[in-house]
Design a protein around this ligand. Sequence first.
Ligand SMILES: Cc1ncc(COP(=O)(O)O)c(C=O)c1O
Length: 423
Amino acid sequence: MLKRFLSSTASRRVANVLDEKIYQVTTYARPDDLCITRGQNAKLYDDLNGKEYIDFTAGIAVTALGHSNPKVAEILYKQANKLVHSSNLYYNKECLDLSANLIKKTKQLGGQFDASKVFLCNSGTEANEAALKFAKKHGITINPKKQGIIAFQNSFHGRTMGALSVTSNPKYRTPFGDLIPNVSFLNVNDELTKLKDYISSNKNELAGLIVEPIQGEGGIFPIPSEKLTGLTQICKDNDVIVIYDEIQCGLGRTGKFWAHAHLPKEAHPDIFTSAKALGNGFPIAATVVNEKVNNALKVGDHGTTYGGNPLGSAVGNYVLDVIGDEKFLKQVEAKGKILEAGLRELQKKFPEQIKDIRGQGLIIGAEFAEPPTEVIKKARDLGLLVITAGKSTARFVPALTIEDETIHEGLKIFEKAVESVYK
Ligand SMILES: Cc1ncc(COP(=O)(O)O)c(C=O)c1O
């Protein structure tokens, strides 16, 4: 009797929650049978439907230190009791610490060798807006026509108008009419000489180049080191600012502090952007620049009310301390190997269906011969959350703190899902 009463209460609660979905703008396609109520490291729970999931998405590469990380919770609680917000009218200690920490750790751990100054904001797209504005300002300072931006096919840099203008996917762009002008999309797979020719012959109209060292949303495409080195060199020779978007692939995800820390110094950017993992789920982002870029800026050129607020900055500082540790980064590399090896084994069993496995560390894509929609749906039914990337790639970006056995468990579920769709 009591059991029947409890289960009818639970189903009433589910129904009530789903009733409320009518108040959501029509921008997302979300499953109707899932409503997340809590998380624990690499697991998510839907208590309304009584389900547990292994989470290979980490909120799209955000909760790098796991869901409900107790130390993050403690920092948020303590900081919220001290100071949440004071605006950029005044310095606050946490913002200063985070900026200093970002520059110091970046240099110590093989990232941008001339990183010098930080602009803090609240989301990935905003960090890229700042980067684009800074590059344009630098170009215009040299010559008023030096405003153009190079981006690449398959890129994703965000949804605000500037970031969208350098995002290649027509599905995201075309509904919104005119975007910012003077953006050219090149194909990163073209011969380096062709790309270099384009840059040198248009140098007087080019302010910057923006690229993800590993294209994330576009389908997990790591850009070869020689390509990035060659592009950076030609840009530097022609006063074109190089921006690396490390929003998805940065902060330990590849097994190094930044994805560009795998590259030689000659391939280091003038600006790089970070968000997602920086707040482990609390919205905070950063645009890191060298002196050359900073010299083009003056007071009033850019700003944001919330950027560098003490709450987000306190969390960001903790995240940097944990991820910016060689031992931690080695563990990410090892976990990445387990995941990659498991996916390669699966590819051997399904060579017709799984065409490629790519990525580095804990950002891995399994490209299918067709969109893996059914596989992902089946995996979800079986208790595993995975997302897509590009047209036909399943993307694996779990928490960097995922337990080895959870990776194995998740791989087993994924295999079952592939089997049930293709056998
Ligand atoms: C590489 C990259 N840049 C920018 C963004 C935009 O970040 P946000 O959604 O925080 O605006 C994303 C988000 O997925 C991303 O993956």
